[in-house]
Design a binder for this molecule. Sequence first.
Ligand code: B12
Length: 227
Amino acid sequence: MLLHANATLRIRAALAGTGIELVASCDIADYDARAPEGLRSASWVPRARGLVVAASAGPWLWRAFRARVAKDPALARLEHPYDAFVSEQLGRADAALAAAGVRFQRFEAAFLAPIPVDFVALAQLVGLGSPGPFALAIHPEHGAWWALRGAWIVDAEVEPATGLEPPCSNCPAPCVGGWANAGGIAQATAEARGRCVIGQGSRYDDDQLAYHDRRAAEMIPPQKSGS
Ligand code: B12
């Protein structure tokens, strides 16, 4: 039982063992200074004090999902089974905050999340990663092999942001063949991610990569001919 814990610790403890285990936070003033008006904390939580962001790295969350599907095949028949599984895991943190009397608003990083929030910006604010040459946020240990999962605006104390040194700042960017070729998320292929000089020990499983690539392709609207 965490008696006098801050909200970052509570969320980290609630998610331990799920595969969503990178948890960091920042003061709400830093979040409000960057967020557009409709997303500022006052619209969501009165007297908010912090923002907490949670992410997964490597294949661990994916393997937990696979194990769950093996036990519960109905999960695989949902339209977005992995997102549903992630939501359920994030619910553990909601329950821990509620039990501690913390008021909060949760955001999710899923493509169809009801409130679209820029999670790459959130990752940067809390110091989990910063955008690299192919737009993905690069983590100092896991490189490009990690993903944002959830964020909470809370009316409780949080840990200060990690003092992240942007991992790409002194790198010649072999991922894209040099900074001159840096661009948007369309360049975030498995090959580019595989050429990052950090984090290759956290590379995704092949079936995990195939799942995400298939999902990403489904989300891109078909090009009209001639455009
Ligand atoms: C849409 C999307 C896609 C689209 C791309 C569309 C495009 N051209 O950008 C598609 C489906 C193609 C895609 C693909 C992929 N994606 Co994607 N994608 C997203 C998603 C859901 C939203 C990105 C976005 O549009 N952001 C901007 C939107 C939210 O905001 P907006 O309306 O433009 O503007 C508002 C905000 O920006 C806000 N705002 C502005 N400034 C600030 C500042 C702050 C602090 C706040 C709070 C808000 C804010 O103000 C605006 C008005 O409200 C994010 C998750 C997320 N929620 O961030 C993942 C995400 C960026 N994708 C991710 C990944 C990994 C991928 C893939 C590599 C997946 C894969 N295949 O494995 C592929 C790569 C593409 C490829 N090679 O083909 C990861 C990146 C992780 C990382 N380490 O950085 C993310 C963060 C998802 C995750 N769960 O982690 N993706």
